[in-house]
Ligand binder design. Structure first.
Ligand code: SF4
Length: 350
């Protein structure tokens, strides 16, 4: 049985989450920014950062003409830096063409906009009748129809089912709201571990609820173990408590972001003779800290060792010297974990 779009929309009108980007429902810039930030990050973490980003780059033109270093600084801590680079490139493409395209297909042609973001912006900003398939929509769909085929293989089936619901007149009349209602249902009622079927507007006719399979859906194909990579990083402090940072190359992981200088990351552990002396600064008395900073990337796990030294007064070095607070604000989350390690090992003040 087709779940009635009108029931979900009635529920949404009463229970929708008050999210700041919904105050500007038809502004594609604000909606696009929220969707990019929300990928892999929680609503609670995104809200203040979204406001701060807009305060600094209030419209697409401001973002397009901002230097990359400013965008990277504003993105620091949000992770997935390729996204920030794509965000910047996309803003420049949109500014050059005089505004966002208003169709899913047109949005797909912009740098860094994938199937999900194109459909979300098309539906919410431009009222196009398309359903973006995020984790919430996948889960709700798999449960309603009791689809036991595992993800990611089941995705085309789930996409087709969700799109079928959008074909109902009530959904076609309010496509942006229908899509956001699906997001909200998944985020607040049909939650991953404990679906609250008793209060769900779609309980009647939910096959996953009727059969008791719902909490086990959607199924997921077994994940391959992620490889472990290792690196050694260097924390150099000057007499004023400032830290030497350098900027990573523009391409690749954390591209264009600041970092504590270090070795490349690789699967083979670094042996002592292999660790290159911190090239511009020979002869310093480096102390190896106990423990490691650990960070999980999508495709690998990273363990980083840390060495600490004090710089002699007036020492010239390639890079940027930043105070601890400024360094924390500018460094990506991966590198902030090295600062946490240094604090835990009393190499930096708490
Ligand atoms: Fe999810 Fe339960 Fe609602 Fe079905 S009835 S959509 S399983 S919350």
């Amino acid at each position: 049985m087709l779940p009635a779009a009108s029931l979900l929309l009635d529920w949404y009108d009463r229970h929708r989450r008050a999210l700041p980007w919904r105050e500007a429902t038809h502004d594609p810039y604000r909606i696009w920014l929220s969707e990019v930030m929300l990928q892999q990050t929680t609503v609670a973490a995104v809200e203040p950062r979204w406001r701060r980003f807009l305060a600094r780059f209030p419209d697409i033109a401001a973002l397009a003409k901002a230097p990359w270093a400013d965008v990277a600084e504003e993105w620091a801590g949000l992770g997935y830096y390729a996204r920030a680079r794509n965000l910047h490139a996309c803003a420049q493409a949109v500014a050059a063409r005089g505004g966002f395209p208003d169709t899913e297909a047109g949005l797909r042609e912009l740098p860094g906009i994938g199937a999900y973001t194109a459909a979300a912006v098309a539906a919410i900003a431009f009222g196009r009748q398309v359903v973006p398939l995020d984790g919430n929509v996948e889960r709700v769909t798999a449960r309603l129809a009791a689809i036991e085929e595992p993800l990611p293989g089941a995705r085309p089936i789930l996409a087709a089912l969700a799109q079928q619901w959008m074909e109902q007149p009530a959904a076609r009349a309010r496509p942006g709201d229908f899509v956001q209602a699906l997001f909200d249902l998944g985020a607040t009622v049909c939650t991953p571990r404990n679906p609250a079927c008793a209060i769900c507007p779609w309980r009647q006719g939910c096959e996953g609820s009727r059969t008791g399979l719902a909490p086990t859906l959607p199924r997921k194909a077994a994940k391959k173990a992620r490889p472990l990579k290792r690196g050694v990083h260097f924390l150099l402090l000057d007499g004023e408590g400032r830290i030497l940072l350098r900027r990573r190359p523009p391409k690749g992981l954390l591209g264009g972001m600041l970092e504590l200088p270090g070795t490349p990351w690789r699967e083979t552990p670094w042996t002592e003779p292999e660790i290159p002396p911190f090239a511009p600064l020979p002869g310093l008395d480096w102390r190896a800290l106990e423990g490691e900073a650990k960070h999980g990337f999508t495709h690998f796990e990273l363990h980083m060792a840390l060495r600490v030294a004090s710089a002699p007064p007036g020492m010239a070095a390639e890079g940027e010297w930043l105070g601890l607070d400024a360094a924390r604000a500018a460094l990506p989350g991966t590198m902030q974990k090295l600062l946490d390690l240094a604090v835990a090992e009393k190499a930096l003040p708490a």
